[in-house]
Every structure is written in structure tokens, then in C-alpha cells.
Design a protein around this ligand. Structure first.
Ligand code: NAD
Ligand code: UDP
Length: 314
């Protein structure tokens, strides 16, 4: 089967922020989508636009238990992405990334399916190289509070490449940098949802530390376009950085959100969480050269769309 033929695609983490956008995009392209999720950090509300469509099927399931599903492609997005969420249940975060990923790779072998892994910039840890290229091996604390996620995702990448070497399956690994947009959970603790909800409800914006740490924020539509380009590419296994290379401090972000929401909220400073990366910015030359991909939506434009979403959601 060629990459562009319509086929059945399994999306794990389909009720989450990215998984629900990806499922919608794949359905628009004419594929049949099986969305699988244990609803731990996602919500069935995210699926309300597609749940009744004939080409969509939802299965409530935890990927740490093997499940046999016939499919031609698998996108593995199942895993909480917010530090607050993944640290709430660290052992489950780690087993999702290791045992869950192993189960899906076994399924890919059985179906001879192409499989995509939603990896992360967290594999670079608190980076000593800036911006981060795919060739950088990272600076990760193996025993800290972020390790269940960082090391789990690193181990998942290892499994992907070992399955490619041993079983000759087609793999695609995208390293996602901070992405935001409509359908994020208002309470999930990530910085953009926190700041917007705080600004819209007149509460102080909680900047952690001095707010000089940086992140590079990608709007969800740009990212999903990158996922599909990588999956449909004939040759590139990755890992490939997918993110917006424009970098902001958290103070700059807080001020931007206050301005765009015309909020009277003040900014307060709270303790910086342990092992919080000081800076993060993707080098996206590889995605640009091999996939012709680069983000096109500015932070201001993406924030405006996200603010509109949260006006109805909070
Ligand atoms: P999310 O928390 O909104 O979505 C994750 C989904 O996976 C949720 O619906 C959750 O219920 C489900 N899930 C978690 N554990 C599961 C399990 N064991 N079995 C079945 N379902 C399970 O997060 P998101 O932002 O949509 O992230 C999706 C993926 O992208 C994650 O793998 C995350 O690590 C990766 N990622 C996201 C970002 C980002 O900025 N959004 C950055 C880097 C990587
Ligand atoms: N952050 C913050 N205030 C908040 C939530 C997060 O200042 O209310 C900071 C956090 O310390 C980190 C950055 O914003 O430096 C991004 O945090 P997020 O949890 O969104 O993602 P991370 O990149 O840390 O995985």
C-alpha cells in the first residue's frame, strides 16, 4: 500500500490535545481513523466533532495492555504531555512510554504498518547546546521528577530504532517542541493554557522562577501538517525536530497574553520547578530541507485563536 492511499490509521492518545486535531486532519484526508485513548489526560469532549462520523471509531483502552487492531499506519501520541500531569503518575508515564510503545511496535510488525512516534524536545533535557539539532544527545537527569517522561521518551525512541533494525519496519520519529492551541485542557498546567485562563479570569499570571527561561511555541495546525508530511515521506525515519524556532522568555509570554486578552491581571513569581530547562529552541533545518516544512503561524496569531477557544471553555 502506498503512503497516500486511503487506509485505516490507528491514533493513540486520540482524545488528547494533539491526537484530536490529528484525527480530524486524517479524516479530512479521507482515511478511516481508529482513535484509542484511556482518557487519563484527554477528554471525550475533544472528539465531539468527529465521534459520530462513519469513518471514525473510538476505543477506550490503555496502551500498556496489548490490543490487536488491523491498520496500515499507527500514530503513537498516547502519553500525558504536561509536566503537572506526567508527574502526577510517574510510573504510569514511564510504563506508557516503554511498555505501551513496545506493544504498538509489536502491532506494527504484525500489520506491517508504518508507525510514527510523538517524541519530544525533552529528550534534550536541560540542553547545553543551543538551538538543539537532532544530532545533540542531550543533558537529561535520569532520576529527577521529569525523568519518567524524558527517559521514557528516550527509551521509546530506542525501541523504535531497534525495531527498525531488527524487524525492518518503517518508523517515523518526530521530536515535538512546545505546541499550543485550541483543545488544550484548561487545568492541565502547561504555561500557555495557565496564562490564558488566568488572564481571562482576572487571576494573577504565575511565572515560575524569574521568568527568564525560554521556550519556542508552535501553533497546533503547523505541527499537525508536519506530522503528516513526515509520515507520508518515503525515506526519512528521523528523528526530526518539529517546532517553531522563534524563542520567548516566560515574562515576554505573560506580557503578551495580558495584552492580547486586555486583562487587568498582574504577574506574580512562584518557585521554579526542579530540572526546568533554562532554554529551548529547535533547529528545524532538517524538516525544512527534507519535508519542505516550516511553521507559518506567529505566536500572536496562534494566541488569538487559542484565547477565543478558552473564552468559551472557561
Ligand atoms: P495530552 O495529554 O493532551 O494527550 C495525550 C493523550 O494520551 C490523552 O488523551 C491521554 O488520555 C492519553 N493517554 C495517556 N496515557 C495513555 C495510555 N497509557 N493509554 C492510552 N491513552 C493514554 O497531550 P498532547 O499535548 O496532546 O501530547 C500528545 C503527544 O505528543 C504526547 O505523546 C506528548 O508526549 C507529545 N508531545 C506533545 C508536546 C506538546 O507541546 N503538546 C510536546 C512534545 C511532545
Ligand atoms: N511555567 C510558568 N508558569 C506556569 C506554567 C509553566 O512560568 O504557570 C513555565 C515552566 O516553568 C517552564 C515553561 O513555563 O519554564 C514551560 O512550561 P510547560 O509546563 O508549558 O512545558 P515544559 O516546556 O516545561 O514541558
Amino acid at each position: 500500500m502506498t503512503a497516500n492511499t486511503n487506509q485505516t490509521i490507528l491514533v493513540t492518545g486520540a482524545a488528547g490535545f494533539l491526537g484530536s486535531h490529528l484525527s480530524e486532519e486524517l479524516l479530512k484526508k479521507g482515511h478511516k481513523v481508529i482513535g484509542l485513548d484511556n482518557l487519563s489526560s484527554g477528554s471525550s469532549k475533544n472528539l465531539e466533532n468527529i465521534i459520530t462520523l462513519e469513518n471514525f471509531q473510538f476505543i477506550e483502552h490503555d496502551i500498556t495492555d496489548y490490543i490487536d487492531i488491523e491498520c496500515g499506519q499507527i500514530y503513537n501520541l498516547a502519553c500525558p504531555a504536561s509536566p503537572v500531569q506526567y508527574q502526577n503518575n510517574p510510573i504510569s508515564t514511564l510504563t506508557t512510554n516503554v511498555i505501551g510503545t513496545y506493544n504498538l511496535l509489536e502491532l506494527a510488525v504484525k500489520n506491517e504498518a508504518k508507525i510514527f512516534q510523538a517524541s519530544t524536545s525533552e529528550v534534550y533535557g536541560d540542553p547545553l547546546e543551543h538551538p538543539q539539532k537532532e544530532s545533540y544527545w542531550g543533558n537529561v537527569n535520569p532520576i529527577g521528577i521529569r525523568s519518567c517522561y524524558d527517559e521514557g521518551k528516550r527509551c521509546a525512541e530506542t525501541l523504535f530504532f531497534d525495531y527498525q533494525r531488527e524487524h525492518k519496519i518503517q518508523i517515523r520519529v518526530g521530536r515535538i517542541f512546545n505546541t499550543y492551541g485550541p483543545k488544550m485542557q484548561s487545568e492541565d498546567g502547561r504555561v500557555i493554557s495557565n496564562f490564558i485562563v488566568q488572564a481571562l479570569t482576572g487571576k494573577p499570571l504565575t511565572v515560575y522562577g524569574a521568568g527568564n527561561q525560554t521556550r519556542s511555541f508552535c501553533f497546533v495546525d503547523d505541527l499537525i501538517r508536519g506530522f503528516v508530511l513526515l509520515m507520508e515521506n518515503d525515506q526519512l525515519s528521523g528523528p526530526v525536530n518539529l517546532g517553531n524556532p522563534i524563542e520567548f522568555t516566560m515574562i515576554e509570554l505573560a506580557k503578551k497574553v495580558i495584552k492580547l486578552t486586555s486583562s487587568n491581571s498582574e504577574i506574580i513569581f512562584e518557585e521554579l520547578p526542579q530540572d526546568d530547562p533554562k532554554m529551548r529552541r529547535p533547529d528545524i533545518h532538517l524538516a525544512f530541507q527534507e519535508l519542505g516544512w516550516s511553521p507559518s503561524i506567529s505566536l500572536d496569531e496562534g494566541l488569538k485563536q487559542t484565547i477565543e477557544y478558552f473564552k468559551d471553555a472557561v
